[in-house]
Design a protein around this ligand. Structure first.
Ligand code: NAP
Length: 249
């Protein structure tokens, strides 16, 4: 059945792949990102493939922008009953060098952004008696040097997914988290640049530490999101799926 999906941070990377996959699955997709114009590539890829999509500019950490974005999606595509909370930023640093702003920015985008989006969408999902929420966590939730802010936010998202699974299950809504390992995107390329290593070398060295001996692609995460967002996954809720080529990496 065709549903309306919102994917945040979908201008590029994992979000773009998830948006395209959910469109392939037959859903109309709202491609949400900070800059509406930056969403045009993802929207074009979906429409070129025969799917339906719109670009929506919004900062997920701002409640007024989230409310306006969700209202626009409901008016232009219909009630959103699939939500993938994917928007994210990095502000890595060791604790003694991490600024309050680094902490607040990461918490605002990942955690508060997911809270605001979930709250705005749940009204539509409860009314429909159906919903699928997915939260992008990370293997960093298990702890990662230089990521006190990010690891805390990603662990928090697992708690949010489990709690919403408990609260919203009776309305036909599931909530699950995906915890990716190393995925080849601008985000990991930026990490390589920050530590001064060529991205290809960085990928090669990382792949050697991963049980399946390769780094991940955005499509690996899109496949997991597709399952959690499917109608047939209705009995799978409050779960955290590590998609990392092994138990963690
Ligand atoms: P990415 O390439 O950096 O893409 C993230 C997208 O989110 C960007 O388009 C960015 O927009 C957007 N965004 C940032 N702040 C936003 C805000 N306040 N409101 C709306 N959109 C915002 O990252 P990615 O690698 O695809 O990661 C996607 C998600 O997976 C993130 O939550 C990340 O933490 C998680 N993850 C990634 C990896 C990995 O290895 N790549 C591993 C584990 C988890 P701008 O370009 O305008 O900043």
């Amino acid at each position: 059945m065709s549903r309306v999906a919102i994917v945040t941070g979908a201008a590029r990377g994992i979000g773009a792949a998830v948006a395209q996959r959910l469109a392939q699955d037959g859903n109309a997709v709202a491609v949400v990102d900070l800059d509406e114009a930056a969403c045009s590539g993802t929207v074009q890829a979906i429409t070129d493939a025969g799917g339906k999509a719109i670009a929506v500019g919004a900062d997920v950490s701002k409640s007024d922008q989230v409310a306006a974005a969700v209202e626009r999606v409901a008016a232009e595509l219909g009630a959103p009953t699939i939500l993938v909370n994917n928007a994210g930023v990095l502000r890595d640093n060791l604790l003694f060098k991490m600024s309050e702003d680094d902490w607040d920015t990461v918490m605002s985008v990942h955690l508060k952004g997911s809270f605001l989006m979930s709250k705005a969408c749940q009204a539509h999902m409860v009314e429909a008696g159906y919903g699928r929420m997915v939260f992008l966590s990370s293997t960093s939730a298990l702890g990662n040097r230089g990521q006190a802010n990010y690891a805390s936010a990603k662990a928090g998202l697992q708690g949010l997914a489990k709690t919403l699974a408990i609260e919203l299950g009776k309305f036909g809504i599931t909530a699950n988290a995906i915890a990716p390992g190393f995925i080849e995107t601008d985000m990991t390329a930026a990490t390589a640049a920050r530590v001064g290593v060529d991205f290809e070398e960085f990928k090669k060295a990382t792949a050697a530490t991963i049980p399946v001996q390769r780094t991940g692609k955005p499509e690996d995460i899109a496949a997991a999101a597709s399952f959690f967002c499917s109608e047939e996954a209705g009995f799978v809720s409050g779960q955290v799926l590590y998609v990392a080529g092994g138990p963690r990496n």
